[in-house]
Design a protein around this ligand. Structure first.
Ligand code: HEC
Length: 306
């Protein structure tokens, strides 16, 4: 009797641990869909982002060369990940679990969708469903959009949010908006979170010394803080709001990590001096050995003379 109870308890524990591994996505998050259609451009953008952010753990899709973690990250080309619907993948990437990091503050919604579009290219059976209207509980039936502009005489970026329904357009008011600048690794937050005013405008101050590319351009992205209410409308726009920055090569000038021709003079001198000192020491030792030899010979001759 006791052994039966033991076995039952054991089975119960095993069952529980298997159940615990299942990653449940809240029902209201499962239906989220991309607002744009996946195409070669989105897949290419997604592949770049995947290589940068995901490959270290999930490996190359289709190669099953993911990291050996518990629970396993899994190969995105396989059933483990493909059986999720788009909303579930979106949720899992955004929120993360255990060793899978949250990408909420690293990637914009559009970037997450680009990654999903890349992952779906490994699934022949996949047919995309696009959500044409961004529904919002605050503006039912409307499409919510944003417009980002920079007034060159000014040091601010203005984001205007509006809801469109048929031909009427109303400002989206009292919506929290965050502004990001794309950098090589992740995003830099610009200013604090702002709330749209009566005309749907949120004004962000550009910090001094905001570096752009060689033309002073920056890629900014605005996002509603409360995406449950306002939807995942995000807007990526290139603005000439940064300081022109010419990237300086690390090997352009004489420096310690440079090759011989561009090493700093003092390093070359110190090195040569070191070599000379070491060689002179060796020569000195050889001269002394020769002296010992000569003295030895002399004493030998003297001994034989006697
Ligand atoms: C530090 C390692 C790591 C990185 C980086 C990482 N993941 Fe994961 N990922 C994991 C692990 C571990 C799991 C399994 C988590 C679990 O089941 O609790 C996982 C699970 C997932 C799942 C859910 C799989 C399922 O069973 O439903 C998806 C989807 C996913 N990752 C996508 C991504 C994407 C896309 C990226 C890049 C943006 C990424 N991951 C980056 C480690 C990582």
């Amino acid at each position: 009797m006791r052994s039966i109870i033991l076995i039952l308890t054991f089975l119960h524990l095993v069952f529980q641990s298997i159940q615990g591994q299942e990653w449940k996505v809240p029902d209201d998050k499962k239906g989220r869909l991309s607002t744009f259609a996946f195409d070669d451009n989105t897949r290419m953008a997604g592949q770049k982002l995947y290589t940068l952010n995901c490959m270290s753990c999930h490996g190359t899709p289709g190669k099953s060369n993911y990291l050996n973690l518990v629970p396993a990250p899994g190969d995105p080309a396989t059933e483990k990940i493909q059986r999720n619907n788009d909303g579930e993948i979106f949720y899992k990437i955004s929120v993360g679990r255990g060793q899978m990091p949250s990408f909420r503050s690293v990637l914009t919604s559009d970037e997450v969708w680009n990654i999903i579009s890349y992952l779906r290219s490994f699934n022949k059976l996949y047919r995309q469903q696009v959500k044409s209207v961004i529904s919002s509980t605050a503006y039912p039936g409307s499409t919510i959009n944003m417009f980002i502009e920079h007034i060159s005489s000014d040091t601010s970026i203005v984001v205007t949010a509006y809801a469109e329904k048929e031909s009427s357009r109303v400002p989206v008011t009292e919506a929290g908006i965050k502004l990001y600048v794309h950098r090589t690794f992740g995003h830099q937050v610009v200013d604090e979170e702002k709330v749209t005013d009566k005309s749907g405008r949120a004004v962000f101050r550009i910090p001094e010394k905001m570096h752009g590319d060689s033309d002073g351009n920056i890629l900014v992205s605005a996002r509603f803080s409360d995406e449950d209410v306002f939807g995942t409308s995000s807007k990526d726009t290139v603005l000439a709001a940064g300081i022109k920055t010419i990237p300086v090569s690390l090997v352009a000038e004489r420096a310690m990590w440079n090759n011989v021709r561009k090493a700093p003079i003092w390093i070359l001198l110190t090195y040569c001096l070191g070599v000379i000192v070491a060689l002179s020491f060796i020569v000195l030792v050889m001269v002394k050995i020769r002296d010992i030899y000569i003295v030895g010979k002399y004493l030998e001759n003297k001994a034989s003379e006697n």
